[in-house]
Design a binder for this molecule. Structure first.
Ligand code: NDP
Length: 315
């Protein structure tokens, strides 16, 4: 049978390119988990994913209620779950003030980390039940959260501190809207959320890999300077960033190429090792990359897991 893969944020950028790459193999049915139904339908059409290869299901990661409803809807579809790709993200680098999710968490961390955390915690049960030979749970990471790289050292740097803001509810009321308890900074909130994504992947690996055989992975697909992720950035940045990445840093990768990379992490039989953060060199060969000290801190990962469980109502 075909594999069934859920991809969050498959309505644009990396998620859409991955959906296309997997659909083209003829071996996957893609569940496009998106907040905008019409946009997702149009996106699937625009890249030529054929009707029998995808289903759009509504998911708004900035509402935990919506996450739970999505899981119910998926279960009622009767499809087994063979792979889950946590890909959606928002980036608000120019925001002066924090904005919040339905439950009142700062929007970047609430969407990119907490929404995906609840989704993955719930759907791991479905992955466990599937009889698919190589089951995978992927959380897309980023170089920008890794302070052991050049890109990760551009200020403001990611830093979760002792998680005091997160433990306080990340609501800007009785706690800071930032995980480390500091002043709000939209660019840092995104980077922090990506560190959470990479820590969460590793904690899933430690807690579930031996028992379930599921492969847990994260990745940095390369700098896809053309996606909607930068839509909130100042216009001059949006003009200069793609050529800068293409000709100066040479980290640039097309959406199509990045989609093929993520599709490999979903289905390539040589990428079955669990707990790995994948990257690609300039010849597009994959390798196991090193995470920064903070993004590989097992004690912090455990604490993040426990605090996150409380916030999403699973503890
Ligand atoms: P895009 O902005 O193109 O795609 C992000 C997707 O997330 C969109 O489909 C968007 O939906 C969706 N999304 C945003 N908020 C929500 C929400 N509340 N509920 C459901 N879906 C939501 O960005 P990219 O493709 O670049 O980003 C994809 C992933 O790649 C992210 O995890 C990002 O961190 C990562 N990444 C990107 C890099 C890059 O250079 N672009 C580099 C490294 C990592 P909608 O279409 O409705 O807006």
């Amino acid at each position: 049978r075909k594999g069934n893969v859920i991809i969050t944020g498959a309505s644009s950028g990396l998620g859409l390119a991955t959906a296309k790459a997997l659909a083209d193999t003829g071996k996957w049915h893609i569940i496009m988990a998106c907040r905008n139904f019409l946009k997702a339908e149009k996106a699937a059409k625009s890249v030529g994913i054929t009707k029998e290869n995808y289903t759009v299901m509504h998911l708004d990661l900035s509402s935990l209620e919506s996450v739970r409803q999505f899981v119910d809807t998926f279960r009622r579809s009767g499809r087994p779950l063979d792979a889950l790709v946590n890909n959606a993200a928002i980036y608000l680098p120019t925001a002066k003030e924090p904005t919040y999710t339905a439950e009142g968490f700062e929007l970047s961390v609430g969407t990119n980390h907490l929404g995906h955390f609840l989704l993955s915690r719930l759907l791991i049960e479905d992955l466990k039940k599937s009889d698919y030979p190589q089951k995978r749970l992927i959380i897309v990471g980023s170089i920008t959260g890794n302070t052991n790289t050049l890109a990760g050292n551009v200020p403001p740097k990611a830093n979760l501190g002792d998680l005091r803001g997160l433990a306080g509810g990340l609501n800007g009321l009785n706690s800071s809207a930032m995980i480390d308890g500091g002043e709000f900074d939209g660019a840092k909130a995104y980077k922090d959320s990506k560190v959470c994504n990479m820590l969460t992947m590793q904690e899933f690996h430690r807690r579930y890999h031996d028992e379930t055989g599921i492969t847990f992975s994260s990745l940095y697909p390369g700098c896809i300077a053309t996606t909607g992720l930068f839509r909130e950035h100042v216009p001059l940045f949006r003009i200069l960033f793609p050529p800068f990445q293409k000709y100066i840093t040479k980290g640039y990768v097309s959406e199509e190429e990045a989609g093929k990379r993520l599709a490999q992490v979903v289905s390539d039989s040589s990428l079955t090792k669990s707990g790995v953060y994948w990257s690609w060199n300039n010849n597009s060969a994959s390798f196991e990359n090193q995470l920064s000290q903070e993004a590989s801190d097992a004690e912090k990962a455990r604490k993040l897991w426990e605090v996150s469980e409380k916030l999403v109502g699973m503890a």
